[in-house]
Design a protein around this ligand. Sequence first.
Ligand code: NAD
Length: 357
Amino acid sequence: MTKNVLILPGDGIGPEITAEAVKVLNKLVETDGLDISMEEDLVGGAAYDVHGVPLADETMAKAHAADAVLLGAVGGYKWESLDISVRPEKGLLRLRKEMELFANLRPAVLFPQLASASTLKPEVVAGLDILIVRELTGGIYFGQPRGIRTLDNGERQGYNTYVYSESEVRRIAHVAFQAAMKRNKKLTSVDKANVLEVTEMWREIIDEIAPEYPEVQVNHMYVDNAAMQLVLNPKQFDVMVTGNMFGDILSDEASMLTGSIGMLASASLDSNNKGMYEPSHGSAPDIAGQNKANPLATILSAAMMLRYSLAREDLAVKIEEAISKVLDQGLRTGDIMDAGCTQVTCSEMGDAVVAAL
Ligand code: NAD
């Protein structure tokens, strides 16, 4: 059955990089029997300019109806002075909230050909391939009560609530175990169970679920140690699962091990594996419209979409292998350029991936 994909290019380099991902998907439609139909719409500043809001209701309805959403990036100088309620980022937040995208998957993959882009020694990071599964809609970022209050003695006090219900932990745990099953079957659950009761319960639930996935080897790690291990010996990790705040911090740390923001994909999934896929970087207004951007993070996001929402693992692998081949050929966009390589434009990079497919 034909699957529907909503393409939301957004702002800045968004249209340039999504055009290359669409090119790659169209190639797979032609040659590999990929059965999808793609429709494009507006999000972010581009939507504000036309509709006066960063995500129109009709676009939201299309996202609900689609099997997956592929997004470029939103934001730019032009919209920075708008009221916060209609800023481009609000379009993204509405999509995440209304689609109930509670599971954020961020791979930190360093293609061996790009090992010199990392600030760590090449032998520590070459071939790095970690997947961080972050709970995205709960935890301390959303817990109530929250605020800043004035105590009887006149002193101000800020407070937040770190709360997870059992069902929230269970559903993110299943996403992480299932992701581990598709990879090297190793799962590290990150918590602070020695100090925080909420993560003590988190740990218990992970252990309760583990027998349902007997092939997955599970270990637990305190978040402070996990932050240290990520820079000491990052290749020990396969899949890491953690709550919203720890995941926010660790996924940025892990992605920077790779040193190349233009290569990092992401997926945000609901409980039926429907998802929104986007590069981890922003709209890069400084290079927008110049055909300079690296489209590989978006093309890798499209590969994640094939893997998680469209049940075409074979084609996800095919795209990843094609990208590796292109890097072997020494082709690089400006952000990952290295001595002895050939610098190419955004569209030339997309063409090279299509050719390698
Ligand atoms: P950014 O990620 O857009 O850019 C940071 C730096 O990385 C810039 O120098 C940029 O040129 C470079 N860069 C980013 N992606 C690249 C690519 N694919 N190829 C080559 N170089 C690339 O972050 P920023 O400058 O902090 O933010 C710019 C705008 O993007 C802001 O409006 C911000 O709000 C928005 N933003 C959007 C998202 C999103 O859509 N998910 C995420 C982060 C920031």
